[in-house]
Design a protein. Sequence first.
Lengths: 177, 135
Amino acid sequence: MWRFAIPLLVVVALVAAFARALFLDPGKVPSPLIGQPVPAFSLPGLHDPEETFSDDDLKGHISLVNVFGTWCPGCHEEHEVLMRWSRTQDVPIYGFNLRDERDAAINWLERDGNPYAKIGFDPGGETSIDWGIYGAPETFLIDAEGRIRLKHIGPLTDAVLRERILPAIDMLRGERS
Amino acid sequence: MKHLLAALVVLFSAMSFAADVRFDDPRQQARYENLINELRCLVCQNQTIADSNADLALDLRNKVAEQIAAGKTDAEIIGYLTARYGDFVLYRPPVQANTLLLWTGPLLLLAAGLVVLTFTLRRRARLDDDTENPS
């Protein structure tokens, strides 16, 4: 009896392990920066190069930092969701414009709307390495102390906001009060 | 033939782009080449940053070169990148609690196979004895 049961159990366990792995997304690499303060950075503004967007902007309030570029299809996909967020929520979204051309980005935001409170321009991607960013879109949730609390890889959807981002924001608000 | 040659030229020029950084010091060059072959490109995950021509891989190569030029040790550079991208950026995962199974798994499987083999051979030997010397 055991002669058949043991190999059978091994096969079942392997199938279960592989089946689970099939549905894991290898693109979703967990960030070691969760819980860490945002890296010190200073980027020129997208619209006005004289302006700066830096880690100081992210202290004192809960915010989202969204990595985007006009070259990124997922960013166009999530744009409508960001626009709606900026109209209905009081948590600001800061933009991290990655490896883009200034004019292209400005034109896009003029045409489709600008959901961002402030936008940093990083054409060379130097600052993105400090953030552990490897693509776009990526979205970080920053707490009022300026620590990274959550990272979402891929386009934001209403479901992601409802199930992941909003509950996390509620939790952060609960921590403060 | 001409087309084949042209194709080969294109192929090899694409393969040599990783040599986009040149150090005057051959030791630094060797360290650079060693490091970029140990680091994973997170966009195209089955390639090292030496193999990949993704923008991220290029940025990471430049970062590695910059840090070597700044006199950082290999361990410091690896530490810098794992602090930002996690152990996943390493092609050779470190031996630690959550990778123990990964490292020891093949040995465990080999041991299990040897156990099964031993038992099977012994039983077969016993069966053979039984058929040769019917009691």
